[in-house]
Design a protein around this ligand. Structure first.
Ligand code: GDP
Ligand code: MG
Length: 253
């Protein structure tokens, strides 16, 4: 692991990786072109393809790059939780979630970061890079994935009573206050429901969420780690959270 320079006022971009050796250098170059002052934290789960070793070499060459190595494929949610905790401990003021596969355009980060760090009293604590608001789009995404994403979002919106259009999106900028105000040790969602879980935690903390339109592009290199069990986990948990919230409201009356 690399040393940590003073990071007050800086942005940390957390990128979880599992077998992204071709994608990581491309996304890192795009990130540092778009936001040269940002720091990058790669959270690698022992990728068999050598992504972790590549990240280590990148970190030796560039003091903005940091790496956490985990023992095996433990899931996206816990990778982010470890990354967030690392970033909070080092004083970053904005902490970003971004995939390694190039689907999330780092070029949109300046706007997302600006929205959460404007300093205005009603500034949002979370900016979501959204596919499903006007101006947002998806490119080269199979119809099956589009239907799943739109359907999953519609279901979550109805069951949880949310107005957010892309609550499963994994491209996000949080203020440190939003993350510091949560008990991250109780997050145990692995896949898409991690994104829903985090959104509910921000809203329950009384903070605002905004959506910034992005163009989402399907990866051109490597393979997706999305699986049926991740979809089942998301459906089951969203349903449970929806019921719990409704019952909770009923009993408070
Ligand atoms: N550290 C870690 N990263 C993961 C894991 N599963 C997926 N990722 C990373 O999470 C990001 C999104 O995964 P991806 O397979 O592209 O999912 P999709 O975009 O929904 O198809 C990529 O950067 C993956 O390498 C995991 O278990 N651990
Ligand atoms: Mg992807």
């Amino acid at each position: 692991m690399s040393s940590t320079p003073a990071s007050e006022g800086r942005t940390l971009v957390v990128v979880p990786t599992y077998d992204e050796v071709e994608n990581l250098p491309v996304v890192a170059a795009r990130l540092f072109t778009a936001v040269p002052e940002a720091h990058l934290l790669v959270v690698d789960d022992g990728s068999p393809d050598g992504t972790g070793e590549l990240a280590e070499r990148m970190s030796a060459d560039d003091e903005r790059v940091h790496v956490l190595h985990r023992s095996g494929k433990l899931g996206l949610g816990s990778a982010y939780v470890e990354g967030f905790t690392w970033g909070l401990g080092r004083g970053y003021s904005v902490i970003v979630e971004m995939d390694a596969d190039g689907s999330h355009p780092p070029e949109r980060l300046p706007e997302m970061v600006a929205r959460v760090s404007s300093g205005a009293p009603d500034a949002p604590a979370l900016a979501i890079g959204s596919r499903w608001v006007p101006g947002g789009s998806v490119v080269d995404w199979p119809l099956r994935r589009q239907v799943l994403s739109r359907g999953g979002n519609a279901y979550a919106r109805i069951v949880l009573g949310l107005s957010i259009k892309d609550v499963t999106a994994g491209f996000r900028a949080y203020t440190r206050e939003a993350l510091a105000g949560m008990d991250l040790t109780t997050v145990d969602s692995k896949g898409y429901c991690f994104q829903v879980d985090m959104t509910l935690r921000v809203l329950d903390g009384g903070a605002r969420v905004v959506e910034v339109p992005i163009e989402f592009r399907e990866r051109t290199l490597g393979t997706s780690k999305m699986s049926g069990s991740i979809v089942v986990e998301a459906m089951a948990r969203v349903t449970r959270w929806g019921l719990e919230r409704r019952l909770g409201r009923l009993f408070r009356r």
